[in-house]
Ligand binder design. Sequence first.
Ligand code: FUB
Length: 279
Amino acid sequence: MSDPVLPGFTADPHLVVYGDTYWLYPTTDGFDDWSGTRFRAYSSTDLTRWTDHGVILDLATDISWGDAYAWAPAAIEKNGRYYLYFCAEKAIGVAVADSPAGPFRDALGKPLIAADAYPHQMIDPMVLTDGDGRSYLYWGQGASYQVPLHDDMVSFDPDQVRVYTPEGYNEASFVIERDGVYYLMWSENDTRSADYRVAYAVSGHPLGPWSDRRGVILAKDEARGILGTGHHSVARAPGTDDWYIAYHRFAIPGGDGTHRETAIDRLHFTDDGAIVPVF
Ligand code: FUB
């Protein structure tokens, strides 16, 4: 699992399981200022051999309100439809398809969250569907915004938006539930820094209140040339308590904050439910 799992430069990988198949939705990387326009999707049944399903959404041709800065997609299925939350021009949109491989089409024709909707940057969406079927949207650079989504998956009540800014928070909120504990994880430092890393807090509810920061779970390993590890996602293997973390790092060799690659590792928990650091 130490090699990059996808070809070329990719970042912000969102790992999700549909049935017995894993899907990865990354940012297409390798552009100055992260100015790419296209999202691709990849699928696998073993987390090592990935099938490239091609471009599933291209801001330049498919989105009327944002042409570039295609960042940080997040995928989820609900009621047989597949939703892709994505960044464009530092706003957040949502697209929908009948298949995980798309083609995705803009669900709203406008941003779900406009660039100036709240303080800080409106980027890095993530959606959790809880055991009771309710879905929650998380996003934000500079602060972690959190809100229940309406059942249509493309709207929410602005009065319900909560803001959480733990010590060290920069971006890329990601939430999982295990044994009744909700784990909110986020990335710290700048994605151009070798010290980009992931930390976490816990709660008994998907919207908190959250604990204090519990510590770092993913960080650089300079001795092995692994730098800039962050903007991760976590998925559980179907029918097991085996968990996997997908994340990006500076490409090896010679990468940097705009030339990143996707890796996957096992994620382990201690008997008392703490996350064991991946280094
Ligand atoms: O890939 C573009 C941006 O870099 C993402 O939105 C951030 O989370 C950082 O990884």
